[in-house]
Each structure stands twice: as C-alpha cells, then as structure tokens.
Design a protein around this ligand. Structure first.
Ligand SMILES: NC(=O)c1ccc[n+]([C@@H]2O[C@H](COP(=O)([O-])OP(=O)(O)OC[C@H]3O[C@@H](n4cnc5c(N)ncnc54)[C@H](OP(=O)(O)O)[C@@H]3O)[C@@H](O)[C@H]2O)c1
Length: 332
C-alpha cells in the first residue's frame, strides 16, 4: 500500500523541497499538500507530478492560523484517508522581523559570533498580532493550529499495529529563556518566534509521552539557516546574495548554514527512514552542511524537562476547551 504523507506549508521553502525529496525517495507516495493558498498548491502539485507521474499528489486547503479552517480540513482528511503514516508539521511564520543592530555588532566582536549566527540568539524580535480566534498569530500558526490538527487527526494517526510519525520543523532558535508557562502565547514578549519553537519542542516530548502507547511518535528538526521567503523577510534577497561569500566562509566553522531548502530538509528526510520507536524523544535532529557543501544530520539534546512538557500539554488542552466553546457560541 502507498505510504500517506501530509506536509503543511508545502507551497514554498522547506515544505516544497521536502515534497520533492520525499518523492525521490519513494516514487509511489501519496503526498497531500496542506496549504492555505490553493492556486500555489495547484502549481506545486502540477510540478511534482510532471517529474513523478507514478505518485499520487493531492491538496487540502488549510490555514493553520484559523481554527475553522483546521476543523474543515481535518474533516476532509478523515473522509479521504484511512491512515496517515507521516505528518510534517512545517508551516510557520516570523512576522515583521526586526534585526537588533546593536546586538549584531557587539556579537560580531565577541567569542559568541559563531553561536550568534547559528542560532540568531538575541538578534531578532518580531511584531505579533491577534487572529480572528483571539490568539497570538505566531503561537496559533506555529503551534496551536498544528496541535488542533493532530488532535483532530488522531483516528488516522493512532494505530498500534504500525506506528505513525509526526515531524515538526522547529529551530535552533527555540530558547527556554523566551518561553514561559504563564504566558504560553508569548503575548508579553518580543520574541514570539523563539517562544513558539520552544513550545513545539515541548509539545513533541508531551506527544511521545501521551501517544507512544497508541502508536504515534513525534520528533523535532531544525533545518538550519536557509534563504527562503521567511529569511527574505529579515534581509532582502540581494543582501543575502552580497553576504554569500562571507557565509560560505563561516560555514567552515558553523554547520548550521544549510543555505538552501534542499540542504535544510536533510534531517526531515533522514527521519522518514527511521523506525520511530528507536528515536530518543528528547533529541532534536539538526540538518547540517559542511564548508565543502556536504549534508549530514546532527543530534542535540533538547534543553527541557518532561514535567514542563506535560504542564504545557495540559495548558494546550485547557485552551482547546476554551476555544472550542467560544467558536460554538459564535456559530449559534
Ligand atoms: N528559513 C530558515 O532559515 C528557517 C530556520 C529554522 C526553521 N525554519 C522553519 O521552517 C519552516 C518553513 O519555513 P521556510 O523557511 O520554508 O519559509 P517559507 O518559505 O516562508 O515557508 C513557510 C510555509 O508556511 C506556510 N504558511 C505560513 N502561514 C501559514 C498558515 N497560516 N496556514 C498554512 N500555511 C502557512 C507558507 O504558505 P504561503 O506560501 O501561503 O505563504 C509556506 O508554505 C517554518 O516552520 C520555519 O519556522 C526556517
């Protein structure tokens, strides 16, 4: 039987490169592109099928920052699929990023320069906003919309006979210091992106704890730093082009500069081939590229504890109850 793979944010960057690479690995996959923009998704579907005609490529329209859209997409998926073998939770945003020039210059002349460029620690702030669901947009897009999606898709994901895998696109920028259990949406801080990616790491650990016995496993990945639509929101494409010679040099010291979405998907593709039961739930898988351009996968122990992960998971369940009740009221 064809393996069924759902990829959120398949219309560009990491998601698009991942779809191409997965079809190179298995020509007969059923790949479902979960995208908010149908015409972009149609164009991706046509391009994928042109090079891999044996594959089945379908589309589900979903905006993960809109819960009504997530519920609608989940209902559609449950009608179309018996099971999903892999779900790549990859769609993400970093809205209005501001580069902290002072931190950049002081970092440039410190011993932390490589670390700073590898993780963007302290370099970026973002301006968040509130969605129609009344949630912080970065939190809803990067974490909560995906959380609701997997809650809704549990019947397609939980089979004790053969496991399914969730693979989250997290980041090296996920930092404990930016996350707070009392403000899980990061409504009071200036680094909602970092907070949301730390939340993804916590959620993955909690999913393993609560769902492994039902045949569902979860892992997190950092694709490294690449030039995509997201990073072109930080610096315009021509600046990235000007910086390339410096970045190629830096790559001899910092393997996080994967630079292209193809390279960035190395860890996501590697996980596609792993037995999920054999993976350590506290490990993050990092795509890395050497100075000579070879790709490989590194592992990193996540900076978190399982108690916090469980508390965060319980907060998400509480928020889910609250949001469902509000939506029901609104619809009556
Ligand atoms: N680029 C990097 O250096 C880097 C580093 C670490 C982690 N990441 C992570 O990698 C993932 C992919 O990002 P990327 O770099 O490939 O950027 P990208 O090219 O901007 O891709 C983001 C994808 O997410 C989709 N998306 C955004 N908001 C959505 C929503 N509300 N509902 C559904 N889809 C939505 C976008 O759809 P549209 O095409 O419709 O906009 C697009 O397909 C993100 O989770 C990001 O945090 C990136």
């Amino acid at each position: 039987m064809r393996k069924a793979v759902l990829v959120t944010g398949a219309s560009s960057g990491v998601g698009l490169a991942l779809c191409k690479r997965l079809l190179e690995e298995d020509h007969e996959l059923h790949l479902c592109l979960a995208c908010r923009n149908r015409s972009k998704a149609e164009a991706v579907r046509a391009a994928l099928l042109a090079s891999r005609p044996l594959a089945e490529v379908s589309i589900v329209q979903v905006d993960v920052s809109d819960l009504q859209s997530v519920f609608r997409a989940s209902r559609e998926l449950k009608q179309r699929f018996q099971r999903l073998d892999y779900v790549y939770l990859n769609a993400g945003i970093m809205p209005n990023p501001q580069l902290n020039i002072k931190a950049l210059f002081s970092g440039l002349f410190s011993r932390k320069v490589i670390h700073m460029f590898s993780t963007a620690e302290g370099l970026l702030t973002q301006e968040d906003k509130i969605t129609a669901d009344g949630l912080q947009e970065v939190f809803e897009t990067n974490v909560f919309g995906h959380f609701i999606l997997i809650q809704e898709l549990a019947p397609l994901l939980c089979h004790s006979d053969s496991p399914s895998q969730l693979i989250w696109t997290s980041s090296r920028n996920a930092r404990k210091s930016n996350f707070c259990l009392e403000d899980i949406q990061h409504s009071r801080g200036q680094e909602p992106y970092s907070s949301s990616k730390y939340a993804v790491d916590l959620l993955s650990v909690a999913v393993n704890r609560n769902f492994n016995s039902r045949g569902l496993y979860s892992s997190v990945v950092c694709p490294g730093t690449m030039v995509t639509n997201m990073t072109c929101g930080i610096l315009p494409p021509f600046v990235w082009t000007l910086l390339m010679p410096i970045i190629w040099l830096l790559r001899f010291f910092a393997n996080a500069f994967t630079l292209t979405p193809y390279n960035g998907t190395e860890a996501l593709v590697w996980l596609f081939h792993q037995k999920p039961e054999s993976l350590n739930p506290l490990t993050k898988y990092l795509s890395a590229t050497t100075g000579f351009g070879s790709n490989y996968v590194m592992t990193q122990k996540m900076d978190l504890d399982e108690d916090t992960a469980e508390k965060f998971y319980q907060s998400l369940l509480e928020l889910e109850k609250h949001v469902r009740a509000t939506i029901q009221k609104r619809n009556h």
